[in-house]
Design a protein around this ligand. Structure first.
Ligand code: ACO
Length: 209
């Protein structure tokens, strides 16, 4: 059995609204596709290159296969995939992926937030909720986030959340058609004994409703 799945995380109130995380559902396809097609210019520069074009990969018709694959990985315990809800509406995704257990107990974390909900603390709240869950219920020890050095907003989310910069991975990931350098940020459980959510609340950057 996969510890920490299925689960609903939050709510947590930030400037942009009330943030909650829940597993992906089959009926999320329409909304997911509308956001991804609308926000192509803002998302594509940071996302792994795919064989099919953006429109095809993000069409509502391609959601059932993605949903089923995410659900399969969640059930097998290799991933914790969530939809980010703001005021009850799908507004992005956050995923802990490539979970390796044994003496590593490690995984990566990645996210996107719809352009019209960005800049209001949504990603920071989602990272806090999922980091705490991954370290506590799911029993992980280390989370790693890789980000392009050009991605100012995402680097800000990670540094605000206490993720440390560990180094530069050269030609690490095929993003927007080329092998791109990525900064590696990481966090281990020892660094946040009280968790990220409680720290956000203590700093006045989020409220528990
Ligand atoms: N340079 C530096 N900081 C910036 C910039 C910039 N150009 N633009 C905005 N910021 C700051 C904001 O002011 C804010 O910081 P503040 O709260 O101190 O003012 C911070 O960046 C953003 O924090 P949030 O509001 O919590 O984040 P948001 O909900 O806007 O989501 C995200 C950020 C997810 C990066 C969003 O912009 C997005 O989806 N971008 C496209 C996809 C993407 O880049 N995903 C991340 C890939 S890397 C990874 O997954 C590890």
């Amino acid at each position: 059995r996969h510890p920490g799945w299925p689960v609903r995380l939050g709510p947590l109130q930030v400037r942009a609204g009330t943030v909650e995380l829940r597993g992906p559902r089959l009926f999320d396809g329409g909304k997911w596709s509308r956001l991804r097609i609308r926000d192509r210019a803002y998302l594509e520069q940071w996302e792994p290159t795919a064989q099919e074009g953006w429109e095809e990969r993000n069409a509502a018709m391609s959601w059932p296969a993605q949903w089923s694959s995410l659900r399969g990985m969640a059930r097998r315990g290799t991933s914790l995939p969530f939809m980010i809800l703001v005021d009850g509406e799908v507004a992005g995704q956050i995923t802990v992926g490539n979970i390796v257990r044994g003496s590593l107990l490690s995984a990566w974390i990645g996210y996107w937030v719809a352009a019209d909900r960005a800049g209001g603390g949504v990603a920071t709240a989602a990272v806090a909720l999922l980091t705490d869950h991954a370290f506590r219920e799911a029993g992980l020890h280390r989370l790693e986030a890789t980000v392009r050095p050009e991605n100012g907003p995402s680097i800000r989310v990670l540094t605000k959340s206490g993720y440390r910069e560990e180094g530069l991975f050269k030609r690490y990931l095929d993003v927007a058609g080329q092998w791109r350098d990525h900064l590696c940020f990481a966090l281990t459980t020892e660094e946040i004994p009280d968790g990220l959510v409680s720290r956000l609340v203590a700093r006045g950057e989020a409220r528990l409703p």
